[in-house]
Ligand binder design. Structure first.
Ligand code: B12
Length: 344
């Protein structure tokens, strides 16, 4: 992506926003007349995400954001056609204010598919069947039944269900569904927070059991969620998978500044650093951390594995970030690491 276009997008952003506001008001687009502040905020977001995607040379990231935003707005009773129209105005605004817009075409073209949404579904249709473990678990979370959720999982575990299986096929999909239910306005923020707290609680109860039958393989890894990224459950799962595979693991959660990460790497002899990102807005921070670590000769043997939603959306992103590799989930992360360190 040409830096000049990105710089222009940044410097002309307010002018483009104003153009879109002028074009939209009076036309009953979205809720522009009822809530102009919110409309303006959303236009700003769209441009921020476009800039961020362009900085990473990734039309896929912008398309993914557009799909997410459209789903969110449609469930807030905004017509998909109005979202489409706002995008047309943004595109026009950009063409009016920026010299070379050709390279942005692909971003808008790919996003168009996002407007062809699946119909709005009721919650029951979205959930896994009521009689399967995941389906039962998520219903307990949504209903606020902490004890039932806990007993369901602990009973499954004591009846022989593997922890890896519970993580991959119950916790992870249930958490993602909880997010989708929030996004589509079916549950509240409070329900979303509660569900996560319950999942974390049960993970802690299972934790002592993950050490069973594990043969230490002599390797050490650290798991970190990038910067102000508050989503730390995924990297906790990844770290636990490494532990179950015989690694000596250290889970640091979120909010580790790069200096602290480097200090940690200095103090222990780590073989692998696993970095997780969930929100696209934290990709710059991830790149900064990797660049900083790679600049230090003393860390050259430390492998850097990255993962999380944006890396699953764009399979080439890990290279742009300067990492050594990525994996789509905790299970596959182990395969990648095993290949790197020749573990069979
Ligand atoms: C719980 C949750 C929160 C909690 C987090 C608590 C915590 N301690 O982790 C809180 C309440 C703090 C939160 C806040 C926000 N959240 Co939130 N949150 C979620 C939710 C529901 C679940 C996250 C989770 O636990 N996922 C479970 C794991 C297993 O997910 P996973 O990505 O599948 O992980 C696998 C892979 O990605 C991969 N992987 C991940 N990391 C790594 C690293 C390595 C090295 C490797 C190899 C692999 C790997 O392996 C994992 C395991 O197999 C998601 C929904 C979702 N789709 O995930 C939304 C979600 C991520 N949140 C979202 C949003 C918008 C927000 C907020 C902006 C607003 C809000 N909803 O409150 C804030 C922003 C906070 C911030 N600054 O970061 C959106 C993001 C949308 C987008 N397109 O960016 C989502 C997708 C919800 C939605 N559908 O709209 N959130």
């Amino acid at each position: 992506m040409h830096n000049h276009t990105i710089e222009q997008l940044k410097s002309k952003k307010q002018a483009i926003v104003k153009f879109v506001m002028d074009k939209s008001s009076g036309k009953k687009i979205g809720k522009v007349d009822l809530a102009p502040d919110l409309f303006e905020r959303d236009v700003n977001y769209i441009l921020d995400y476009l800039i961020q995607s362009a900085e990473f040379n990734s039309p896929l990231l912008f398309a993914d954001f557009t799909a997410w935003l459209t789903d969110l707005l449609v469930n807030l009773k905004i017509e998909p056609d109005h979202v489409r129209l706002s995008y047309d105005f943004i595109r026009e605004g950009i063409e009016n204010h920026i010299d070379h817009t050709g390279i942005l075409e692909e971003y808008f073209e790919l996003s168009r598919e996002a407007f062809n949404l699946s119909p709005i579904l009721d919650m029951e249709t979205m959930l896994a069947p009521e009689n399967d473990l995941q389906g039962k678990y998520i219903r307990h979370l949504v209903n606020g039944d902490r004890h039932l959720a806990r007993n369901l999982i602990m009973d499954a575990f004591h009846s022989g269900k593997k922890i890896k299986d519970i993580y991959m096929n119950v916790f992870a999909p249930a958490q993602r569904m909880i997010g989708y239910l929030w996004q589509t306005n079916k549950i509240s923020v409070a329900q979303e927070h509660y569900a996560t707290a319950v999942t974390q609680l049960i993970m802690s109860e299972l934790y002592p059991h993950i050490f069973h039958d594990t043969q230490f393989n002599g390797l050490k890894m650290a798991g970190v969620a990038i910067g102000s990224e508050l989503h730390e459950l995924a990297i906790r799962m990844v770290t636990d998978f490494f532990e179950m595979d015989g690694w000596d693991t250290y889970f640091y959660g979120a909010n580790m500044p790069v200096q602290s990460i480097m200090k940690t790497l200095d103090q222990g002899k780590f073989d692998l650093l696993a970095l997780s990102v969930t929100m696209m807005v934290h990709l710059n921070e991830m790149k900064k951390i990797i660049t900083e670590i790679r600049r230090q000769e003393r860390f050259k043997t430390v492998k850097i594995l990255v993962g999380g939603n944006p890396l699953n959306v764009d399979p080439n992103l890990w290279k742009t970030l300067g990492a050594d590799g990525t994996a789509k989930n905790a299970d596959l992360a182990i395969n990648v690491a095993n290949t790197w360190f020749n573990i069979s």
